[in-house]
Write a protein that binds this ligand. Sequence first.
Ligand SMILES: O=C(O)CCC(=O)C(=O)O
Length: 251
Amino acid sequence: MNNYLEQYKSDGFVIINEGVIESQTLDSCMNQIPLLMNNIYETGIPPRKVHNLGQPDKVIKYDQVHRSSIPFYELIKCKNLKIRLQALVGSNSLKVLATQLIIKPPSNSEGANIGWHTDDSVWNYLQGEVFTIWVPLTNVNEKTGTLEYVQKSHKDTHSFSKDDVHLTNMQTRENCYSINQSKIVKCNILKGGFSIHHRNSVHGSRNNTTDSPRVAFAIHVMTENVKIVPGLDDFGLAQNINSEIHHPTIY
Ligand SMILES: O=C(O)CCC(=O)C(=O)O
C-alpha cells in the first residue's frame, strides 16, 4: 500500500502538497469566475444551482460547474491529476459524481464560513466508494479560511443533518457537535496541490481573513465499487451515469 493511501485510511484524509496540477490549468479556471458571476456559461448548460450570488458576505457556490465551464471540465481531465489518482486510489475506474466551485470572500460574517459536516450526510442514496478531491485554485493556509479536517473522524458515527452541508455555519455547528480541537488539521496547500477526504470525515472551513477571495473546486468521485440505493432520490445519477458531460471519467 502506498504511503498516501495508508495515511488516508488512517486519518480519513490525505494532503498532497505538491505541484501536481499545472498553474495554467488552475488560472484558466480562475479566469472563468467573472464570466460565471455574470451568468455566462461557455457550454450553454447552467450549473445545477448557484448559491448566494450577489451576496458579498456569504460563500458563493456553483453546483456541477464542470458541465457549464470548459476549464473546470479540463481540470478534471488533466493528465497529471489522473496519473496521481490512479497511483494513489488504485481502483479500476474513477468517475465524477458531482462538483462544486466554492468562492469564499474575505469577510468575518457568519455566512462566510462552512460548518463542520461530513459529505456522507448527503449521500444516503449511495453505498460504497465515494469520496472528495478538494482542489484549491490558489495557495491556501489558515488565513485564507482553508479546509480543516478532524483526524480519524471517519471512524466515528455522526448524525449531521442533510441541509446544504456546505453552507452551514461553523459557529452554529460548534455548538451542536463537540469537536476534539487537538485533532483538527488545517490544509496548508500550495497552488497545484490537493487533498482527498473520506465520505465520513468531519471537515469545515473558517472565515477568510485575507484581502482576496479563497477559491476551491471540490470534485466528488466514485469508483466502480459504488451502488445506488433503490427507492431514494439519486439526483438523476442512474439516468446520466454514462454521460461524460454529467459524470466525466477520470480513468
Ligand atoms: O471549500 C471548503 O471550504 C469546503 C469544502 C467541502 O466541504 C468539501 O469539499 O466537501
